[in-house]
Design a protein around this ligand. Sequence first.
Ligand code: HEC
Ligand code: HEC
Ligand code: HEC
Ligand code: HEC
Length: 453
Amino acid sequence: MHNAKRFFLVSSLVCLPLLTLPLTRAQEKEPVKYIGPGSCAATSCHGSVKPIAGSRILQNEYSTWILQDKHSRAYQALTGEVGERMATILKLGSKAEEAPKCLACHALYITPEQRGRAFEISEGVSCENCHGPASAWLGPHTTRSWQHEKSVALGMYDTRNVIHRTEKCLECHLGTRNKFVDHEMIAAGHPDLYFELDSFSAVMPRHWKVPRESEPGKPAEDAAWSGLREWAAGQAVQLRAAMERLTWRAKNERFDKKEVWPEYSELSCFACHHALGPARDSWRQEHGYAGRRPGDPAWNASRYAVFRLLAKQIDSANAQELDRQMLLVSDGMSKLNPDRNTVAAAASAAAPLAQRIAERLATMQYDQGIVLRMLQRIPDDAENLAQADERAAEQATMALDSLYIAYSRETKPSNAAEVRAAINGLFQQLENPSAYNADQFASALRRIRPLLQ
Ligand code: HEC
Ligand code: HEC
Ligand code: HEC
Ligand code: HEC
């Protein structure tokens, strides 16, 4: 059904009083079901067209999702031209919108027993993909003084916790053993997956209040630096998840045990996909191939290159050990035939270290000083970041962007427009990734340093 039409149909319903009955023991034992976004869409629930003044939550979450959020079109991405072409190239043997390989991330892909009556697969990535099956908490969560923790106990996913929230996004934006985007899919037309919690949440766009209003008896959230917390903790969780993924790939633990090794999407894309030209114009040849044989594709360091600067600042002990393991990962992967055991050992040692740093980043206090130091460390490390290839340069640019938005909002520096233009200049250099030039990127990045005082 046409999305806009569906939106008007369901939003004319009202919150059913039936749903607010207290929970019975029998309901508690029933297997939880996914009931579909329509159940959340009443105007008095989450389907208001505008945010409701004075409400703790916005109440227009459904409208935001259906009208602005690409997740509500995720199923349609499969039925579109690129999706169908992918199905043919990959010889899926069915249409993309019928293939579990695709539905796993582009819809609420659950067993028939888990489906409630109003369930529709074509609704894409909907409320319960992120918030968990609602059958048990739908009714009670609308009562006054109901607490978030009680919903969580009934199967609501704890998106408030920034670590769990990132893990949820990464299930689809990085992949798991059971669902993944590998180089085979990328070569067939799938976009390469990358992620950054703060900017992706903004693009989504957020359908929640930032900072959240405090609940009775709980401390208020730190308003100024919530984006920074998301960026920082998100980076740490992403590194952990990437190391877990590398471990299962190295150990061939994918659900079908058909892992290709080395999986090309773990490597630097532009090691293989850059343009060829005269030798004298090649920045790669100019800088040599540190730590690897000329011509061996390097490991994709983008999920670590920027994060490492942050980790060193806030947790030097864990960061030092992490650095040691990550060097082993990088050396181990940047070879023609990476040794599975060496890589698995280093990656699985790195994952818990990243998690420890994530826990610190999720709960620590942020201030202007930390943000400024972090902003400065990025241009200070321009050479390394730039030479770690296009994806690392992209992460550095997104980091500057996120951090500077928070920093300038709080401190109102007089040269904000100049810095903004410089960051936009970096984004421009990334527009044609195969033509990326590390030296040009590094010099543009270095020029930002004196502007950050
Ligand atoms: C691991 C999760 C995952 C799997 C599995 C997956 N996708 Fe995706 N897909 C995504 C994500 C995430 C995006 C958005 C990427 C971005 O923009 O950063 C996406 C984007 C797309 C797009 C581009 C949509 C647009 O709006 O431009 C198409 C087309 C697509 N996927 C098709 C497929 C097909 C066909 C399959 C099965 C062969 C598939 N996907 C499997 C996660 C997945
Ligand atoms: C792609 C994931 C995703 C989808 C899809 C999604 N949400 Fe959310 N939602 C989130 C995240 C993340 C938060 C922020 C969590 C937080 O800070 O508590 C959130 C917050 C909320 C909040 C505010 C909670 C609070 O206590 O402040 C409500 C209400 C909500 N979502 C309802 C919905 C509804 C209704 C839908 C479907 C129409 C939906 N969401 C779809 C991820 C999602
Ligand atoms: C169940 C899988 C799934 C989960 C969980 C998920 N996403 Fe997505 N996301 C997708 C798919 C699939 C797309 C591509 C949709 C399309 O383009 O049609 C997408 C697209 C997006 C886009 C649009 C990207 C673009 O290129 O415009 C953003 C932003 C995004 N997701 C953010 C998030 C955030 C933030 C979270 C966690 C709070 C999250 N997603 C959780 C599957 C998921
Ligand atoms: C080790 C080398 C190598 C690495 C690393 C690599 N690729 Fe590829 N890629 C290939 C080869 C070989 C092909 C097939 C090219 C052909 O047949 O013309 C290919 C094909 C592709 C294609 C289809 C080409 C086209 O013309 O449309 C895309 C897109 C692609 N890769 C993207 C990526 C991305 C994104 C990454 C990083 C996540 C990546 N590749 C990493 C070697 C690599």
